[in-house]
Every structure is written in C-alpha cells, then in structure tokens.
Ligand binder design. Sequence first.
Ligand code: CP
Length: 304
Amino acid sequence: HRHLLGIEGLTPAEIVTLLDLAEEAVAVSRQVEKKKSVLRGRTQINLFFEASTRTQSSFEIAGKRLGADVMNMSVGASSVKKGETLVDTAMTLNAMNPDILVVRHHAAGAVHLLAQKVGCSVVNAGDGAHEHPTQALLDALTIRRHKGPIHRLRIAICGDILHSRVARSNILLLSALGAEIRCVGPSTLLPKALDRLGVDIFTDMRKGLEGADIVMMLRLQRERMDGSFVPSVREYFRYFGLDAEKLALAAPGALVMHPGPMNRGVEIDSEIADGPQSLIREQVEMGVAVRMAVLEALAQHLPN
Ligand code: CP
C-alpha cells in the first residue's frame, strides 16, 4: 500500500504533482455539485488521538467529495479510555477492511508504526512534533496561488518552531521547492539541529522579517512544553507577536499565514489576522483541496 507519512521522502516533482491535482480539487469544491467518484465504494477511517478542528473536518469533507464512506472514530468515547493500545485500536479498525486510515497521534513516529501493521493506506494527519505533511502541502498551494512558483521566495516561519510539526514539514517542502527559509523565535523555542536543514535563524523578529514575502506564524504549543520554559503572554507578544509595526518590515505585499488554531494577542494581533494581508481563511479552503488530492493520489494505487 502507498502511504503519505511525511514530506520527507517526497521528490519536488511529486510535490508539484500533488499541488496541481489540488488545484483541480479547488475547482471541484467551488462547483454547486461537488462530488467525484474516485473513492466510491471505498472506506476511509479518521482516527484522531489529538484534538483537531481543521484537519479532521477537511479530511472528512475531502473523502466525501470523492465518494468514500468516511467514518470518524471518536477516540474520546472509544476503548482507548479503557486502556486499549494504539496498535490494538488500529488493528481492530483494520479488521473492518478500511482502504484508507487517516491518523493523528501525539507521539512522533506513531503513524509510521501503524503503517507497518495495518493492511491499508495510511495518511499522517500530524504525529507529535514530527510531521504534518498535508498542512505543508496546503500552505504551499496557498502561497503558489498568490506568489507563483515558490522558488526564491523569502519565507519567515515565526514562533514555537521547536514543538511544531507544521514548521518541520514546511521547512522540508518549501526548501525542496527552492524557497529561502528563515526561522524566527526565542532561542529556547528553536531546535538545535535547525542549521542542518539549511535555514537562516533569527532571534530578533524585526531582523527576521526584513524583506519576507510570506510571514508564517505559529502558536505556542504549551501541551508539548515540559514546564521548563513557558513564556509570559505579554512579553512574548511584545517580542514575537506579529503586529502592524513588525509586519511593515516585511517585503511590500507580504502575506500572512497561520495554520491555526490561532491565539489572538499571543502570537498574532487580531488586526493582522483579519486584515487584508491575511491568507488564513484561504488556507482552510486549500486544506480541503489538498486532502482531496492526497486521497485521490492514494486511490490510484489501491487494489482493485
Ligand atoms: N492546522 C491544524 O492542524 O489545525 P487542527 O489542529 O485544528 O486540525
């Protein structure tokens, strides 16, 4: 079975093929009749061990638009609460013969483990601080629609990079397509191995934003902090919150992105989040299109 476990391992050509397929899905999603039938008769199970608004709902809508029967496993009301393990839960669902399993889990690597165990295609919907490949694809699609080819764009990814699977997948994808990536944040929230990924590192946000074509904001992932460093909101916003004054340092026509969920007044000012440079709502629309593209690409390799 084919899987989508991360951006790592995808070639630039494969990424561009998925983005082109997603562009077609945008058109389908804007029609009155939104249905295709490439997944008719197929079963898709969404298995989310962590909270989600955007990813889970867009995978459900994407599967349904392609004609799949989609089931959302409600982990909170499942036998996980009675001590059943991740693998036993997945193998139980696998016995019901799904074709595609979409998984989110708090442990990095959990989705890779399941892909080795189950007999269907697995899609990573976020595993710990490791990868969130469909988020990076939807971000790239959104950028490409506004700025054209990603090659040579200067993209500043700002905030809690250390705990962010979104940052990791975006760094892999956007650098594979030739962007200049800057990571901006307090040194305590920047991973040590960042320079090996070929990005430029800034602890002064004003310097990091200079000339940026895209400013991508990230939330503080308090649920992944061990308590040793949790910045105060007021101080964090002052130094690393995106407001009009800091955004003015970016390139003319710079666009602002955020994967969500947003914490207004912490990493981003409401005026910016809702302002004319914000692509945040469009990112959500592109999320459905990219997930349709990924499911459709996997469908081409499902057994007949
Ligand atoms: N961006 C993102 O993954 O959002 P959710 O956690 O709401 O799915």
